[in-house]
Design a protein around this ligand. Structure first.
Ligand code: BJW
Length: 250
């Protein structure tokens, strides 16, 4: 369809009449809140840290203290940040679309804090911790029991409730994401590099199921092909613009 930094009129028409919209988000949506992405060459987390040292079950087994402390730092960064205009625009979009689902890879909780209601967390949420053995969410624990702290039920290490490389995604969340992807008229992929599976396959799945697809990113992404709207620019500018032009009352 088109590749542009301005919003195509055709997209505004499609969004205005869509009955079901599904949005996949990645770290780029939170970049304008001051949170680092993963793969930016200069500022991305993986430019300073190796994923295999921090975001795998083997890393946690080898160096549980290091992994726990890295996630504690990330949790405090997220807690100090605020939702940006991209998060708020998605809240407004949800309020105007009959069936809306937000599928996020982000663990920073900013969509939820902005007020998005139908949110599927594909990669977990930094605000929760689980027992590393029993995998149950633990609400309260004693920080004096060590780093990482001990599970109050069984004494095993606690861990962040996020999905590391080599782990499967939460089954229900993934099923719901597939259903929302294959039953929408319009699918957005926003601020994600589209390299981490299985989330990376969702835009293709949506297109195969007949949805119009929008890829919104600062950069060129793997989905450069015909039949897709490409919006290049910051989500914090383009999304509010799209929402305002689609529903001028906003
Ligand atoms: C902006 C912007 C602005 C910036 N505006 N845009 C099939 C093929 C190959 C490999 C695999 C496969 N299936 C499974 C795998 C293995 C693996 C995988 O995908 N590896 C690839 C990297 C090769 N996947 C898994 O292991 C997954 N599990 C799984 O599939 O289980 C089944 C299975 C197991 C074992 C073997 C086979 C199958 C689990 C993946 C878990 C990912 N976890 C992480 C960490 C979460 C916790 C934490 O936060 O620490 O999730 S990794 C990290 O990447 C994080 C993110 O959610 C995820 C995606 O990153 P995202 O969001 O796309 O960020 P970036 O930085 O990559 O991109 C940001 C984008 O924003 C850029 O494009 C910018 O341009 C843009 N941007 N500012 C608009 N203002």
């Amino acid at each position: 369809m088109t590749s542009s930094t301005t919003i195509p009129h055709e997209l505004i028409q499609v969004l205005r009449t869509a009955q079901a919209v599904t949005v996949l988000t990645g770290a780029g949506v939170s970049a304008e809140s001051g949170l680092p992405t993963f793969r930016d060459a200069m500022t991305g987390l993986w430019s300073a840290y190796r994923p295999e040292d921090l975001a795998t079950p083997a890393a946690f087994q080898r160096q549980p203290r290091l992994v726990w402390e890295w996630y504690a730092w990330r949790r405090s960064l997220a807690a100090q940040s605020h939702p940006n205009p991209a998060h708020h625009a998605l809240v407004a979009m949800e309020q105007h679309v009959p069936a809306f689902m937000l599928v996020t890879q982000n663990v920073d909780n900013l969509h939820q804090r902005a007020g998005s209601r139908n949110v599927i967390e594909l990669h977990g949420n930094l605000e929760r911790v689980t027992c590393s053995v029993e995998h149950v969410v633990i609400e309260q624990w004693d920080a004096q029991t060590g780093v990482p702290p001990a599970c109050p039920r069984c004494g095993s290490f606690l861990r962040p409730d996020v999905v590391w490389f080599g782990e499967t995604l939460p089954a229900l969340a993934f099923e719901q994401a597939i259903a929302a992807t294959t039953h929408c008229d319009l699918f957005f992929s926003i601020g994600t590099s589209g390299v981490v599976e299985p989330a990376a396959s969702l835009p293709r799945l949506a297109a195969q199921a007949g949805a119009a697809v929008v890829i919104l990113n600062l950069d060129v992404t793997p989905y450069q092909r015909d039949g897709i709207f490409h919006l290049h620019g910051p989500a914090g500018t383009l999304l509010p613009d799209l929402v305002r032009r689609t529903w001028p009352d906003v």
